[in-house]
Write a protein that binds this ligand. Structure first.
Ligand code: DGT
Ligand code: MG
Ligand code: MG
Ligand code: MG
Ligand code: MG
Length: 269
């Protein structure tokens, strides 16, 4: 087929193929969710509806796109880890990033009403995305540990902060001043001695964030079958194994998680 004289413009497209043999991480984050959470009256410091909607969108991303082996989310962010050996879209960075962010954003709007039953979506939310490559398993584990440590630090701070404001009667400025320079131990102590709260008993989803992994689950379904010698259709129960995306709220900084799920970092992934 003859080429048009315009074809040369293709040469201006840059090559954004990512390095082989590296874990490909795409992290997205809600744009100006400080405002978005205020306008949609998110519960402070943690809104179950908002966190569960984020996780629903992340599950959708894992199911719709190829080669994502694990995801981790907290607050208004989610990270998706693509397999080292993935050949999806010839490993083009822009394809990974844009597919993740657009699938997630449309899901956020699509599933909004399932989670926020009494709260209308007031304007279209947006998410930013970035892509980072990690060449070793240790780098990848450290990346995920960094995000989970961030979740812990922010959640501890926010939990005490909002206790001081909501139950301690402090203004936000006073609460901020009270917490300036305090260490984790001091914050735990304030929660315990002033509000009778043991931080370790706060919900795991708030303290650890959400890990999404693939797991085999048995599903029992009823199937209609017609036996050759019988007139009527018969209902029978059959068990089938399906691979599903399951949410966990567990520690991923220590070794235990990685020993329990060795397939996530397996050499051929
Ligand atoms: P950005 O990401 O630079 O466009 O700006 P923001 O405002 O999204 O900042 P970011 O991502 O550092 O912080 C997340 C914001 O989202 C933060 O203001 C708290 C809010 N947020 C996230 N999850 C919850 C929640 O469950 N409840 C409430 N009340 N706020 C939340
Ligand atoms: Mg930010
Ligand atoms: Mg944000
Ligand atoms: Mg954020
Ligand atoms: Mg196309």
């Amino acid at each position: 087929m003859a080429k048009s004289k315009f074809e040369y413009v293709r040469d201006f497209e840059g090559d954004d193929t990512v390095l082989p043999n590296c874990w490909i991480v795409v992290r997205l984050d809600g744009r100006n969710f400080h405002r978005f959470s205020e306008q949609h009256e998110f519960k402070k410091p943690n809104d179950d509806r908002a966190l569960q909607l984020m996780t629903k969108c992340a599950q959708t991303v894992m199911q719709e796109l190829e080669d994502i082996s694990i995801a981790y989310g907290q607050s208004d962010e989610y990270s998706f880890v693509f397999k080292k050996k993935s050949r999806w879209f010839k490993r083009r960075a822009s394809k990974f990033m844009t597919h993740v962010v657009s699938q997630f954003s449309s899901s956020y709007v699509f599933y909004w009403k399932d989670y926020f039953k009494d709260q209308q979506l007031l304007y279209p939310p947006g998410f930013d995305g970035r892509i980072v490559l990690y060449p070793s398993n240790q780098n990848l584990k450290d990346y995920l540990s960094w995000r989970q440590a961030d979740c812990h630090i922010n959640n501890l701070y926010n939990t005490v902060f909002w206790m001081l404001v909501q139950r301690g009667g402090l203004t936000p400025v006073q609460a901020q001043e009270r917490l300036q320079g305090t260490l984790a131990g001091d914050k735990n102590e304030i929660l315990f001695s002033e509000f009778n709260i043991n931080y370790n008993n706060e919900p795991l989803m708030y303290r650890k964030g959400t890990v999404l992994i693939w797991q085999k689950v048995n599903e029992v379904i009823t199937k209609k079958i017609k036996l050759p010698k019988e007139e009527e259709e018969k209902e029978v129960e059959v068990t089938r194994t399906k691979t599903k995306v399951v949410p966990l709220h567990c520690d991923i900084i220590g070794d235990q998680f990685w020993e329990e799920y060795p397939e996530i970092l397996a050499e051929d992934s």
